[in-house]
Design a protein around this ligand. Structure first.
Ligand code: NAG
Length: 788
C-alpha cells in the first residue's frame, strides 16, 4: 500500500500547527533538560525510557542548556491553561512549554505522534529513522471534559483490556474514563460491606443470543458469564489512569438498572419476597431500588467505599431508565410520596416544560439524597438526563444521552452538562452496512456522522457555551461479547470523539481527519487494537437530486483512494467502472464496490442490492408523518442529511431482516390508516410492492390491508385493487415481509395507497413489561414502496 507522505498526523488536530523545514534527530548525545517540577521530570524521564526501550537510544539525563548541542527541553512557564502546551521542534531543539504537568503530558503525546509510529511498540523496533519533523505547535483543548464510557456489566472486560483502552485515550488526549460498574446484568465492583454484590451479583447463569428482537421466546447461550474487580484492582486502574492524566469516574446506577444488586439483596426491592436473578437479557426492567431506610443505608455504605477508591471529584449515580411501576404499586413508596408531600404537576415544570408525576419526583428525592450524601464527602454527582425529570438536584451535572435536549435544558438552567448524544456518541450502533457487520444494538452512524457532531451549536448563547463542559463516547456492551468485538465497535469512532473534544469546531475537518487517521490506524494496530476497517472500504449510499433522480453515491474515507464498482454482481477490480461522481440508479443493481490505491484493493468488497422503480428518489406525501422512530428506524438517509420523512421510502434500499435500518416507522395513533401518495410522469402501471415489518418487542405489526387508488388526471382517484394480509408470526419477532399487489394495467400520473395498520398490540412483551398488559396502537414500519 502506498504510504501517505504526511508526517504531521497529529490526532486530535492541534489548535495551530505550522510545519517547518528540517528535522531533529534523536541520538545518544541529546540531553533532556527539565526546568520544571519533579512531576514534569518524571514525564521527561518517561520519554527517555520509551526512547531507550523502543529505539535503543540513551538520551542524556539532566544538565544545562548547551549552545550548538541539539537538546530536548521541558520548560515550565506560568499562566498557560491547565491542559495547554506549546511544542517547538527545530533542528537544534525540541521544546515543550506548559504550566502544568497535564500540559507537558499532552505536549509529549504530540511529540510521540510526530515520531515514527514504531514508538508505540512495546519492544525494540528496528528500521525506523528516529527523527522528528520541525514544527511550531500551540495547543489547548476545546473542552475540559473529554470522556469515554465503558460498560463492563453487560460483558466483563479484563484489567488488561481496560489498561489498553486507557492507553488509547491518553494517546488521543482524552482525560476521563467513565467506568460503568453496575447494571442489571452484573455488579462489577467489590464492596466489602456488601459481599453478596459480587458473590451473587457479578455472575449470571447465561446470556440471550442475537439481537433482542430476533427470537421470541428468547434464546440463551447456556454459558455462565461473570467477573468483578477487587478493590486492589480498582486502585491499580485508578493509579494507572492517573499516571496518564486520566480521571476515572465510577458509575453506580440507581434507582433503576439495579437487578444485579437486587438479586444479591432482595430487600432492596419493593417486593423483597420475590426471587430475583442477575439479568440474562438486555433491556429496561421494572425491578428497581425501593427508597427504604435499608436502601439509603446501602447507598451510603456503597458510596463510602466508592469515594475511598476513586479520587474523582465526580461520582456518576446513573439515573436513567427507571420505570415507575414498582413504586406506583408499593405501599411504602406511596406512603413516602404522601409524607414528602409529592404531587403530580398540574402546570409544566419551568426547567424542562414538562409535567412530572409524583413518582418522577420520588426519583428526584432519591437522586437528591445521593447528591447530598456525596456532597458531604466533597464530591459532585453526574447523572443521565432523566435526572431532570421531577426536578434537578442542586449541584448535579447532566449527561445528555437521549439526544441533545437534556444537555441544553440543563445548561440553560445553569447546570453543567456533558454531551454524549445518541446516535452520534453511541459507539454500539452499526458503522458499516448491517448486512455485513456483526450484530449490534441497531442504528447506523458512520465515522463521518460521529465526527460531524459538535457539542456546542454555532448559535449557542453564553450560558450554553459556559455550561457544556465536554463530550463523551459511550461504549455500551450488550453486543460486545469479546474484546475484539469491543475494539471493532469502539474504534475508530472513539478517535472522532477525541478530536471533537479537543479541536476547536472551526478547525474540524473530516477530510483532514481521515488523512491523519491513516497513520492513526497504524498506531492502533501497534497498540493491539483491532478497529473496524470500514475506513478502507466503500459505503454505498443513495440520494435524490432536486429533480427527483435517485443517484448512487459511493464514498471511501481513505484519502486519495479510487473506487471501482460493478452493478451486476461481478467482483470489482481495476477493470471495473471507476467511480467519479454520483450516477443514476437505472435498474435493479447488485452493486459491488471496493477502494483501490495504486491498483491494489485496500479493503473488502461492499455489496448492496438497490431497486429502481417509477418513484425511486421521488418525494411523496405520507400521513401521519413518520416520526418518533427517527435514527432508530430511519438512519441511512439521515447520514446524508436528506429529508428522511419524504424520501426514506423511495431511497432504493429495502428494509431487511438484519436490522431496523432503513425501515420507516409511522405511528398511526388513533387513526388506524396510513395514506401514501406519490406522483410521477405519465406511465402504465400494474403493480405495487412494499415491505412491512413485524417486531413485537418494538410494538410493530405489519400492514393488515392495502387499498390502491390511481389517478390518470392527477385530481380524481379510482380504486384499482385491495388486498388483505395475514402473517405467520409466532416464532420470529423481527421479520420483514415483501408484499405485492397486481391490478389491470392503467395509465396513471399518481398513486394513492391506504395501508391499514395491524391494529393494537400488547405494549411491549412479557419479560419487559410483565405488569403492563395494556394495548397500544401498533407502529407500522414500511420499506420500500415501489410502483411498476
Ligand atoms: C440505553 C441505556 C443503556 C443501554 C444503551 C444501549 C443509556 C444511558 N441507557 O438504553 O443501559 O446499554 O442505551 O445503547 O444509554
Amino acid at each position: 500500500m502506498k504510504e501517505v507522505i504526511n508526517e504531521y498526523n497529529v490526532v486530535p488536530l492541534p489548535v495551530t500547527m505550522n510545519e517547518q523545514p528540517g528535522r531533529f534527530y534523536l541520538n545518544s548525545d541529546v540531553p533532556v533538560v527539565v526546568n520544571a517540577s519533579q512531576e514534569v521530570k518524571n514525564i521527561a524521564s518517561s520519554l527517555s525510557t520509551t526512547v531507550l526501550d523502543v529505539a535503543g537510544i540513551k538520551l542524556k539525563p539532566g544538565g544545562e542548556l548547551h549552545e550548538n548541542v541539539p537538546t530536548i527541553v521541558f520548560d515550565s512557564i506560568p499562566g498557560m491553561e491547565k491542559e495547554a502546551y506549546k511544542l517547538s521542534v527545530t533542528p537544534q531543539q525540541i521544546k515543550i512549554t506548559a504550566s502544568t504537568p497535564n500540559g507537558f503530558y499532552y505536549g509529549l503525546q504530540t511529540l510521540y505522534q510526530l515520531l515514527p509510529v514504531a514508538i508505540y511498540s512495546k519492544e525494540r523496533a528496528r528500521n525506523a529513522e528516529w527523527s522528528v519533523p520541525c514544527v511550531e505547535i500551540e495547543d489547548t483543548p476545546a473542552f475540559r471534559y473529554r470522556g469515554a464510557m465503558l460498560d463492563v456489566c453487560r460483558h466483563f472486560a479484563s484489567i488488561d483490556y481496560i489498561k489498553k483502552f486507557i492507553d488509547v485515550l491518553a494517546v488521543h488526549k482524552m482525560n476521563t474514563f467513565h467506568w460503568h460498574l453496575t447494571d442489571d446484568q452484573g455488579w462489577r465492583i467489590e464492596i466489602k460491606k456488601y459481599p453478596k454484590l459480587t458473590e451473587i451479583g457479578s455472575q449470571r447463569s447465561e446470556t440471550m443470543v442475537d439481537y433482542f428482537y430476533t427470537h421470541y421466546p428468547f434464546k440463551y447461550d447456556g454459558k455462565p458469564h461473570g467477573g468483578y474487580y477487587t478493590q486492589e484492582e480498582i486502585k491499580e486502574v485508578v493509579a494507572y489512569a492517573q499516571s496518564k492524566y486520566i480521571t476515572v469516574i465510577p458509575e453506580i446506577e440507581l434507582p433503576g438498572h439495579a437487578l444485579a444488586a437486587i438479586a444479591s439483596y432482595p430487600e432492596l426491592s419493593c417486593t423483597p419476597d420475590s426471587t430475583y436473578e442477575v439479568c440474562k437479557l438486555w433491556g429496561v426492567f421494572d425491578q428497581v431500588f425501593c427508597p427504604t431506610d435499608t436502601f439509603f443505608q446501602f447507598m451510603e455504605g456503597v458510596m463510602d467505599e466508592v469515594v475511598e477508591l476513586f479520587p474523582s471529584s465526580y461520582i456518576h449515580i446513573g439515573g436513567d431508565e427507571c420505570p415507575k411501576y414498582a413504586w406506583e404499586h408499593c405501599s411504602h413508596c406511596q406512603k413516602l410520596i404522601r409524607d414528602l408531600g409529592l404531587k403530580d404537576d398540574v402546570t409544566p415544570n419551568p426547567v424542562d416544560g414538562r409535567k412530572h408525576t409524583k413518582e418522577e419526583k420520588l426519583q428526584s428525592y432519591i437522586v437528591n439524597r445521593a447528591e447530598k450524601y456525596l456532597n458531604s464527602k466533597g464530591r459532585n454527582i453526574i447523572g443521565w438526563d432523566e435526572i431532570l425529570e421531577g426536578g434537578l438536584a442542586p449541584n448535579a451535572t447532566v449527561m445528555s444521552w437521549r439526544g441533545v435536549e437534556g444537555g441544553m435544558t440543563a445548561a440553560k438552567a445553569g447546570h453543567d452538562a456533558i454531551m454524549t448524544p445518541n446516535p452520534y456518541a453511541y459507539l454500539d450502533h452499526y458503522q458499516e452496512e448491517p448486512e455485513i457487520a456483526p450484530v449490534t444494538i441497531g442504528g447506523y452512524n458512520t465515522l463521518k456522522k460521529t465526527y460531524s457532531y459538535n457539542p456546542v451549536p454555532a448559535d449557542a448563547d453564553s450560558l450554553v457555551k459556559q455550561h457544556i463542559i465536554g463530550v463523551q463516547a459511550n461504549c455500551w456492551a450488550e453486543y460486545m461479547p469479546t474484546e475484539d468485538n469491543r475494539d471493532y465497535q469502539i474504534f475508530p469512532r472513539l478517535i472522532a470523539i477525541a478530536e471533537t473534544g479537543w479541536t476547536p469546531m472551526k478547525e474540524k475537518n473530516f477530510t483532514s481527519f481521515c488523512s491523519r487517521m491513516v497513520e492513526d490506524f497504524k498506531r492502533l494496530e501497534i497498540m493491539g487494537v483491532k478497529p473496524c476497517l470500514n475506513f478502507f472500504d466503500v459505503n454505498i449510499n443513495t440520494r435524490s437530486t432536486k429533480e427527483g433522480v435517485l443517484n448512487v453515491e459511493l464514498e471511501t474515507f481513505y484519502p486519495g483512494a479510487q473506487i471501482y464498482y460493478t452493478i451486476h454482481g461481478e467482483e470489482p477490480s481495476v477493470n471495473a467502472s471507476l467511480y467519479s461522481h454520483p450516477f443514476p440508479l437505472e435498474g435493479t443493481y447488485d452493486l459491488k464496490a471496493a477502494a483501490f490505491v495504486d491498483g491494489k484493493q485496500i479493503g473488502k468488497v461492499t455489496h448492496k442490492q438497490l431497486y429502481k422503480n417509477l418513484i425511486s428518489g421521488k418525494k411523496y406525501e405520507i400521513t401521519p408523518e413518520p416520526k418518533g422512530m427517527k435514527g432508530d428506524i430511519l438512519g441511512e438517509n439521515d447520514i446524508l442529511g436528506a429529508d428522511t420523512v419524504t424520501l426514506g421510502l423511495t431511497n432504493g434500499k429495502r428494509g431487511n431482516n438484519a436490522s431496523s435500518t432503513p425501515w420507516v416507522g409511522i405511528r398511526p395513533d388513533n387513526n388506524d390508516k396510513v395514506t401514501f401518495v406519490a406522483d410521477f410522469d405519465k406511465a402504465t402501471i400494474s403493480k405495487i410492492r412494499f415491505g412491512t415489518l413485524y417486531n413485537a418487542a418494538g410494538n410493530i405489526l405489519p400492514v393488515s390491508k392495502a387499498v390502491v387508488y390511481v389517478s390518470a388526471s392527477g385530481n380524481k382517484f379510482e380504486k384499482v385493487a385491495e388486498k388483505e394480509f395475514t402473517y405467520d408470526i409466532k416464532e420470529n419477532t423481527f421479520k420483514g415481509f415483501d408484499e405485492e399487489i397486481e391490478f389491470p394495467a392503467q395509465e396513471a400520473v399518481k398513486v394513492k395507497i391506504e395501508f391499514t395498520s395491524g391494529g393494537k398490540i400488547r405494549n411491549g412483551i412479557d419479560c419487559y413489561s410483565p405488569h403492563d398488559k395494556s394495548e397500544v396502537p401498533s407502529t407500522m414500519a414500511l420499506d420500500e414502496i415501489e410502483i411498476y
